[in-house]
Design a protein around this ligand. Structure first.
Ligand code: SF4
Length: 411
């Protein structure tokens, strides 16, 4: 796994992965059964997802048309298969074609026709034939308690299987929150004395004892996975990763920074209950427990399922649950208000009276500085007040509830 996290491919492998013979777009058109225009549009989408500059789609298209299909072994452990379902349910007409034609999916328990011993034999054969060159994708957490007996496949524990498959892989990708850091199965039950999940679920990096590329989410956006794979095909290296192994192109900004409801947050317009008038008018969901302010992901800009704009939890009216963040998703109560990691209220408002024709003076510069300082102070106050106003509303509700109980008792 020479290029696992260094960000640079083992170039010895690259000749095996790339077919150096000249291929044309017509060849790709035929191979993928996809119109050329659609193929180029797809490459442009992936290039944009990766944050590449204009024109990079040509390099992406060249890499995809020239690449041999890298062998992919996809393991399933403690999970709901939602990551695979998300990938397959994407409505983009070319995605299924690309995932089946750009990569060679040699082992995937949900999708492969083989079953039982035949399936395991196919995995071993693919590993042997592509030793040091295949990509290992892991979906699901790995149980560690009782020597891992809570998840066995073909008589082998998930712990042993992931170690065996990772040993000769060119790269390991943990897809979904469960494989990335334990996700839902790692939730500690709220019973007294519990200090770990019932099965001791862990992420792939913890089991292998080394960092791997992670694409967390429940489910993750399929384009983030595909863009990471195509980045490798295009540049011969993995995309730049953050300290949790997540591609920076997808996980470097808070959801809150680009949320379509952000203007309501800044203006102090919040939905207070599901179905109230604020909720119906699309107000900010912060007070319903939205974790967008402490969750890094590109859900607010990428959307899901190619089903048009606003197709993501907050767009559909549900608060973000922070599924990409360890310690937030499946850990913090859904309706607990989020911690403000990066408060950035509007630094300026439209001027009502615009003075014309005057050069900047020391006084005006000082005034601007004072406004900026006030804005920074306002950010701190905003954070404080959000918590206070929420607490005040809770107290008000409790008081009202107590009063009505008293009224009933008196009646
Ligand atoms: Fe959007 Fe949630 Fe931030 Fe409100 S708190 S602006 S709904 S991300």
């Amino acid at each position: 796994m020479a290029w696992l996290l260094e960000g640079t491919a083992d170039m010895g492998n690259m000749n095996d992965i790339f077919d150096t013979s000249r291929k044309t777009l017509q060849d790709v058109e035929k191979r993928l059964e996809m119109p050329r225009r659609e193929f180029l549009q797809f490459c442009a989408t992936l290039a944009a997802t990766m944050g590449l500059p204009a024109g990079a789609e040509a390099a992406v298209a060249k890499a995809v048309e020239a690449a041999k299909r890298p062998s992919v072994i996809w393991l399933h452990f403690q999970e709901c298969t939602g990551c695979s379902e998300s990938l397959l349910r994407a409505e983009h007409p070319t995605l299924e074609k690309l995932i089946l034609d750009v990569i060679s999916l040699d082992y995937h328990e949900t999708l492969m026709a083989a079953a039982g011993h035949q399936a395991e034999a196919a995995r071993k054969a693919a590993m042997k034939a592509n030793k040091g060159k295949y990509v290992l994708v892991v979906e699901g957490a790995i149980p560690t308690k009782a020597n891992g007996i809570y998840c066995k496949i073909g008589g082998q524990t998930a712990i042993d299987m992931v170690k065996e498959c990772a040993a000769d892989a060119a790269a390991v990708i943990a897809i979904g929150s469960c494989a990335s850091w334990g996700g839902m199965p790692s939730t500690i039950p709220s019973i007294s004395g519990a200090d770990s999940s019932p099965t001791g679920s862990a992420g792939v990096a913890e089991i292998l004892g080394k960092p791997v590329m992670t694409i967390p989410g429940c489910p993750p956006n399929p384009y983030n996975f595909l863009a990471a794979v195509v980045h490798f095909l295009t540049f011969g290296k993995l995309p730049e990763l953050d300290k949790l192994g997540r591609p920076k192109f997808a996980y470097s900004r808070l959801i809150h920074e680009n949320c379509e409801r952000r203007a309501h947050f800044d203006a102090g317009r919040f939905a207070m209950e599901f179905g109230d008038s604020g909720h119906r008018q699309g107000y900010c969901l912060y007070k319903l427990g939205c974790k967008g302010p402490e969750t890094y992901a590109n859900c607010s800009t990428l959307g899901f399922g190619d089903a048009g704009e606003n197709n993501w939890p907050v767009g559909c009216g549900h608060p973000c649950i922070g599924c990409t963040e360890k310690g937030v998703g499946f850990t913090k109560p859904i309706h607990q208000v989020a911690k403000m990691l990066n408060v950035a209220p509007p630094l300026q408002y439209p001027r009502i009276v615009e003075e014309q024709g005057k050069a900047a003076s020391f006084a005006s510069a000082a005034a601007v500085a004072a406004v900026a300082g006030a804005a920074a102070g306002a950010a701190v106050m905003l954070t404080r007040n959000l918590g206070l106003s929420h607490a005040a509303e809770e107290a008000e509700r409790a008081k009202a509830a107590g009063k009505s109980a008293d009224d009933k008792a008196g009646a």
